[in-house]
Design a protein around this ligand. Structure first.
Ligand SMILES: Cc1ncc(COP(=O)(O)O)c(C=O)c1O
Length: 349
């Protein structure tokens, strides 16, 4: 069954499978990425290439850990994260950032999922007031949970603001490849040149089997992160299996190929949806997510054909995510079923 639920419902892309098999056939290789494990070294080299500078990269199992560990390493428990209320960090990590870092999250309501320096400013009133958590890390998602993307200028403005106020800028890049393709920019232009301090670099939603990377653009901030990672239970012993995937992912623009395919299908899906008067595309489509207002009466039946998540129950806004392997046939199949349902609405179940 194909679905539009999320881009992590898809399988592993063939190139990554081949890379996993190749590293599996390579015999014994030092564990934990230690003793100059050649696979891990090679992947690290690729990160330096795509970010155009010498970065510090640490592989972890998942996106939640990349966010939580990356941010907690920059903070003391009495300091706070500032993020959109809708951020994955705030809404979808089961309180892990608060538990692991001990820190509070100051949240900002944002209809499009983005935040600005102006939004963060009111939290500065807490600086120096011993009764309040001290804002320390601004965290943004790229792509956001509402499908929007920050331009490099917007990121640079936030980074400058953070630094001018003794804070850091963290980017949750679970879908960073889709954002880069949407903007037509490189990772260097989007992240290095804008002054981001730490990035959660995603791969699982764009064709990897597992594994994400915490990337420190400012190497000084990475000091001792290996201990944070181990204490955070995210040091993979067979490290080469994450490293080999990222090595291939960053070779010959595989990341771009996969993200381009996903974004293109989201565009097609949106173009088809706007032709159906009974539904409404509710947000501008920037990357690989399409948000749409559906008649509630057909939602469950449609989900039985192509599963997807309801994003906002108040207005029955659903999110349709395209993946690296979504095909035109999938999109047209979905549209056909949807058209059939709105043509002869089924009774609510
Ligand atoms: C924006 C965003 N950040 C982080 C994550 C966390 O990823 P994981 O499920 O690998 O912990 C997700 C996953 O849905 C996500 O959508």
């Amino acid at each position: 069954m194909k679905s539009f639920a999320s881009d992590n419902w898809s399988g592993v892309c063939p190139e990554i499978m081949e890379a996993l098999t190749a590293t599996n056939n390579a015999g014994h290789i030092p564990a934990y990425g230690e003793l100059e494990d050649p696979v891990t070294l090679e992947a690290e080299k690729k990160f330096n290439e795509v970010f155009g500078t010498s970065v510090k990269v640490f592989f972890v199992y998942n996106g939640t850990a990349a966010n939580v560990l990356g941010v907690q390493h920059l903070m003391r428990p009495y300091q706070a994260i500032v993020s959109a209320h809708s951020s994955h960090m705030n809404e979808d990590e089961c309180g892990a950032p608060e538990k692991i870092s001990g820190s509070k999250i100051y949240t900002i309501e944002s209809d499009d999922g983005k935040i600005t320096a102006e939004d963060v400013k009111p939290f500065l009133r807490s600086v120096g007031f011993q009764h309040h958590s001290q804002p320390k890390v601004i965290s943004i998602s790229q792509v956001t949970e509402k499908g929007t993307v920050y331009t490099p200028d917007e990121i640079a403005t936030l980074a400058d603001f953070a630094h001018a106020n003794n804070m850091y800028l963290h980017v949750d890049g679970a879908r960073i490849a889709n954002a880069a393709v949407a903007l037509g920019v490189s990772f260097k232009e989007m992240i290095t040149d804008t002054g981001v301090d730490v990035l959660s670099f995603g791969g699982t939603k764009n064709g990897l089997m597992f594994g994400e990377a915490v990337v420190f653009l400012n190497p000084v901030l990475a000091n001792d992160f290996e201990y944070s990672r181990k204490q955070g239970m995210q040091l993979h012993s067979k490290m080469r299996y994450i490293a080999a995937q990222f090595d291939r992912y960053l070779t010959r623009d595989l990341w771009k190929q996969n993200a381009t395919a996903a974004n293109r299908m989201a565009r097609l899906l949106a173009d088809e949806l706007v032709r159906i008067p009974q539904v409404k595309v509710s947000r501008e489509v920037k990357a690989n997510g399409v948000f749409v207002l559906l008649p509630e009466s057909i939602t469950e039946t449609l989900q039985q054909h192509y599963y997807f998540h309801v994003w906002n129950y108040d207005v029955n806004e659903v999110r349709l995510m395209c993946s690296w392997d979504t095909t035109e046939e999938d999109v047209r199949g979905f549209i056909d079923v949807l058209k059939g349902l709105v043509g002869t609405p089924s009774k609510p179940q």
